[in-house]
Design a protein around this ligand. Structure first.
Ligand code: ATP
Length: 358
C-alpha cells in the first residue's frame, strides 16, 4: 500500500478555477475523504490522483514515486465511479476479470483471483449473471470487486453510494469500511454526504469553491470547525453573533443579542476567532448539547419562547426564540411534559459546548 502526497496542486480549466492549492499527505492504509458541496472540486482532485486530469501546477506522489504526469493505466489505482461504469451485457465474472485480461494475466490465475474477489464482496455464485440482472447494491459490489481485483496500491471511490436507496447506502458503507480494514488499502473517498464521511473516514478534507477549508479527524471537524462554513456543513449547529465583553483566566464572556452574558472556555476557539474585549465572534452551539433546564436562571441558562416543538419519542426538539436569534435544541426525553409553541422555556448551554467559530 502506498501513501499519497499532493504538493500545492492547482487545476484550472481555461480561465475557470477547478481546485486551488491542495496540499495533503494521505498515510498508507488511511481512509481519507474529500467532502464538500457540489462543484467544490472533490472529483477534480480525485481525477488528478487517478491520472484522468493533469494538474496545472504542483506535484503528486505515491510513496516516493512522482506520478504527476503518469497516465492512469500506469498508476496502479483502482477506481469506482458514481455510475459504476460496468459493461451491462457482460457477466459479473467478465466484468471483474476485465482488468486482469488487459494485463494479460493467465486464465487460471484470473479465475482464482476473480473468485476470491466475488467471495470478498459476497457475490459467490453470481459469476454467470449479467449486470442488468443485478440489483443496484449488487452492481455496486461488482464495481468494487473490479477495482480491487488488480490489487491496486490505492482505491479511489467517487460517490460510490449515491445510486443506492437510504437503507442500502447505510449497509454498503459498513461493507466498504469492512473491506478497507480487511485489505488495509489506502482509500480516497469522495462524497457530499457528511454522515457518510463522518462514519467511515480516518480523516476528512472539507472543500468549498475549489479551496480546502479544513483537514482533520471526524472528531476535530465536528468539534473544532475552523470557520462558519465547516461548522454549518458538518452536522447541525446554531451560529450566533456575539460580542466579547471580558476574559478572566480561561473563561471568555460574550454578550448575545438578548443582552445576556454567556461564558465559554478560551481553548474552545478556532484560530480565526478574535477573543478580545469588544471583538465580534460567531458562536457555534450544537443542538444536542443544549438541554432543557427546569430552572429558568443560572449560569448559561437562557430563556425564550418556543417557536417549534417536535416530539420524536427518544428526543424532544425545540426551536426557541432567544433575543434576535433562534436556538435549536435536541434534548433526550426525560418524561417531562413537552412544551408548546408560545410557551416560555429555560435552556442550558454548557460552558464547554460553546465553540468560538470565528
Ligand atoms: P460534484 O459533487 O457535483 O461532482 P465536485 O465537488 O466533484 O462536484 P468538480 O467536478 O471537481 O466538483 O468541479 C470543480 C469545479 O471545476 C466546478 O466549478 C466545475 O464546473 C469545474 N470543472 C470540473 N471539470 C471541468 C471541466 N472538464 N471543464 C471545465 N470545468 C470543469
Amino acid at each position: 500500500m502506498s501513501s499519497v502526497t499532493l504538493e500545492h496542486v492547482h487545476k484550472r480549466f481555461g480561465t475557470a478555477k477547478g481546485v486551488e492549492d491542495v496540499h495533503i499527505h494521505i498515510e498508507s492504509g488511511e481512509f481519507f475523504t474529500f467532502l464538500g458541496p457540489s462543484g467544490c472540486g472533490k472529483t477534480t482532485t480525485l481525477r488528478m490522483i487517478a491520472g484522468f486530469y493533469y494538474p496545472s501546477a504542483g506535484q503528486i506522489r505515491f510513496g516516493n514515486q512522482e506520478v504527476t504526469s503518469v497516465p492512469p493505466h500506469k498508476r496502479n489505482t483502482g477506481m469506482v465511479f458514481q455510475n459504476y461504469a460496468l459493461f451491462p451485457h457482460m457477466t459479473v465474472f467478465e466484468n471483474i476479470a476485465f482488468g486482469l485480461q488487459v494485463r494479460s494475466v493467465s486464465k487460471a490465475e484470473t479465475k482464482e483471483r476473480v473468485e476470491r474477489m466475488m467471495k470478498l464482496v459476497r457475490l459467490e455464485g453470481y459469476g454467470d449473471r449479467r449486470i442488468d440482472q443485478l440489483s443496484g447494491g449488487q452492481q455496486q459490489r461488482v464495481a468494487l470487486a473490479r477495482a480491487l481485483v488488480i490489487e491496486p496500491q490505492i482505491l479511489l471511490l467517487d460517490e460510490p453510494l449515491s445510486n443506492l436507496d437510504a437503507k442500502l447506502r447505510e449497509e454498503t458503507r459498513f461493507e466498504i469500511k469492512r473491506l478497507q480494514l480487511e485489505l488495509g488499502i489506502t482509500t480516497i473517498y469522495v462524497t457530499h454526504d457528511q454522515a457518510e464521511a463522518m462514519s467511515m473516514s480516518d480523516r476528512i478534507m472539507v472543500m468549498q469553491s475549489g479551496e480546502v477549508q479544513q483537514i482533520g479527524t471526524p472528531h476535530e471537524i465536528y468539534h473544532r470547525p475552523v470557520n462558519r462554513f465547516v461548522a454549518s456543513f458538518i452536522g447541525e449547529t446554531n451560529l450566533w453573533d456575539a460580542t466579547v465583553v471580558g476574559i478572566e483566566g480561561d473563561e471568555v464572556q460574550v454578550r448575545i443579542s438578548s443582552g445576556q452574558v454567556l461564558r465559554g472556555h478560551k481553548q474552545n476557539a478556532s484560530p480565526q476567532a478574535k477573543l478580545a474585549a469588544g471583538e465580534k465572534v460567531t458562536l457555534s452551539i450544537r443542538p444536542e448539547s443544549v438541554q432543557e433546564s427546569p430552572a429558568a436562571e443560572g449560569v448559561n441558562t437562557v430563556t425564550g419562547s418556543v417557536v417549534l416543538a417536535e416530539f420524536t419519542g427518544a428526543c424532544v426538539n425545540y426551536v426557541t426564540q432567544v433575543g434576535d436569534e433562534q436556538l435549536r435544541s435536541m434534548s433526550i426525553n426525560l418524561g417531562r411534559q413537552v412544551k408548546q409553541r408560545g410557551d416560555t422555556i429555560g435552556l442550558h448551554i454548557p460552558k464547554e459546548s460553546i465553540y468560538f467559530a470565528g
